[in-house]
Each structure stands twice: as C-alpha cells, then as structure tokens.
Write a protein that binds this ligand. Structure first.
Ligand code: HEC
Length: 105
C-alpha cells in the first residue's frame, strides 16, 4: 500500500512538473506571437511575406533588432515602419527577433 502511494505521488509530481514546464513555454510563445500578429497584415503570416514588404521569417536576430532601432530613431528611412517601431520597447524587439528568427524561410 505504501509503495503504491509513493508511486502515485511520484507520477502526480511528474505530471505537475510537465504541466508547469509546458505552461511557462506556452506563455513566452503566446506573448511573442501576439506581438508578431500585428506585423502579419503587411509581412505575411509568421513573417512569410507574399511580396511588397521584406520577408521577416528567418531574419538574423541582431539585424532585426538593429533595423527596428533604426526605424524607431529615424536613422533608417521608411514609409510606415517608423510608426510601428515606435510602439515597442527594446525588450519587445528582442522577443519579436526571437520569434521571427525561429520561423523557417
Ligand atoms: C502597414 C504595413 C506594415 C506593418 C503593419 C509592419 N510593417 Fe515592417 N515593413 C513595412 C514596409 C513597407 C517595410 C519597408 C520599409 C518601409 O518602407 O517602411 C518594412 C520593413 C520592415 C523591416 C526591415 C526588414 C529588412 O530586411 O530590411 C523589419 C525588420 C520590419 N519591417 C519589421 C516589422 C515588425 C516587427 C512589424 C510588427 C511589429 C512590422 N514590421 C509591421 C510594412 C509594414
């Protein structure tokens, strides 16, 4: 009886751990995905542009962040990206960079 209780507890513990791990990953992904969703109108789903705008999928993280900072400061000329870049913090640029870099070209 004691043995069974112990095993049950171990299994329950493992399930809780798995759920916790899955949830924390999902939260990070969901936030980045939400941020990136507003870019989809012009840059395509997950950065797969169908033309007219640059492809963001698979873009190098450092390059991405530098472009966004340059848009924000006005260092890089742009039509619409100045306005978009101004809405995000450096931390959010990082999350967006991770998200788009992880998308296959
Ligand atoms: C209204 C359409 C539109 C939206 C929405 C938009 N973009 Fe853009 N993006 C452009 C255009 C057009 C360019 C080319 C530069 C310019 O003219 O502003 C561009 C350029 C870029 C570039 C430079 C890529 C390169 O290879 O040079 C990056 C990075 C970028 N956008 C990221 C984003 C991100 C991140 C979002 C969402 C937060 C976003 N864009 C939302 C239209 C858009």
């Amino acid at each position: 009886m004691k043995m069974i209780q112990h095993q049950t507890l171990t299994i329950a513990g493992a399930i809780v751990l798995l759920l916790f791990t899955a949830t924390s990953y999902a939260e990070v992904d969901a936030h980045a995905r939400n941020l990136a969703a507003s870019c989809a109108a012009c840059h395509g789903t997950n950065g797969h542009s169908v033309g007219g705008t640059p492809v963001l999928a698979g873009l190098d993280k450092a390059l991405f962040v530098n472009q966004m900072k340059d848009f924000k400061s006005g260092a890089r000329p742009a039509t619409v990206m100045h306005n978009h870049a101004k809405g995000y913090t450096d931390e959010e640029f990082g999350k967006l960079a991770d998200f788009f870099a992880a998308q296959k070209r």
